[in-house]
Design a protein around this ligand. Structure first.
Ligand code: BTN
Length: 166
């Protein structure tokens, strides 16, 4: 048996042995394509919402993230108005990082949050699993960092398509 026939056989056996493996891969690829240049909306378990645009930089699967975050989490300030998001998403590994500086025309909380995590693509829809650090200044203790975790689910995606034939 030559090498390429052997490799073909191995890849068939591996795909067959892992139920859903081929499905998961094509779902991931299709979703990455769908995300590129699209405006997506997300909500976390605390009721905070964010809109995120994925803009591919070159063709290496690196996406610049931009958008806005509305904090609705109980117990925090700077609620109910949009704050700008900046970040990066790496499609090959599905990891991402983004941050929000909590200053806008409505309120200045003198704080910043950074999230790191990854996007999963289960059949129920894209999910973002993250940990965050919130750095802030207090009058009593000076500067401090609070930590936590947020899970976001995607609520909508609006894909931009040109009306001019390519
Ligand atoms: C502040 O209180 O200084 C600014 C608002 C911080 C809101 C935090 S960020 C992490 C966590 N997830 C949310 O959706 N809101 C809180």
């Amino acid at each position: 048996m030559n090498r390429s026939v052997f490799l073909l056989l191995i890849s068939f056996v591996l795909t067959a042995a892992v139920p859903g493996a081929a499905d998961a891969k094509s779902r991931k690829e299709a979703t990455a394509e769908m995300l590129s240049g699209s405006a997506t909306s997300w909500v976390n378990t605390e009721g905070s919402t964010m809109s995120l645009v994925f803009a591919e930089q070159g063709s290496a699967g690196v996406y610049a993230l931009s958008g806005s975050y509305i904090n609705n989490a109980p117990g925090f300030a700077c609620q109910g108005t949009p704050y700008p998001i900046t970040g990066w998403y790496y499609a090959n590994t599905q990891v991402l990082s983004f941050d929000v500086v909590w200053t806008n025309a409505s309120e200045d909380c003198q704080s910043v949050t950074g999230w790191t995590g990854y996007i999963g693509f289960p059949s129920s829809g894209p999910t973002m699993t993250t940990n965050w650090n919130l750095a802030y200044a207090t009058s009593s203790t000076g500067r401090a960092i609070e930590q936590g975790a947020d899970t976001f689910t995607m609520t909508s995606v609006s894909v931009r398509k040109s009306l001019i034939a390519e």
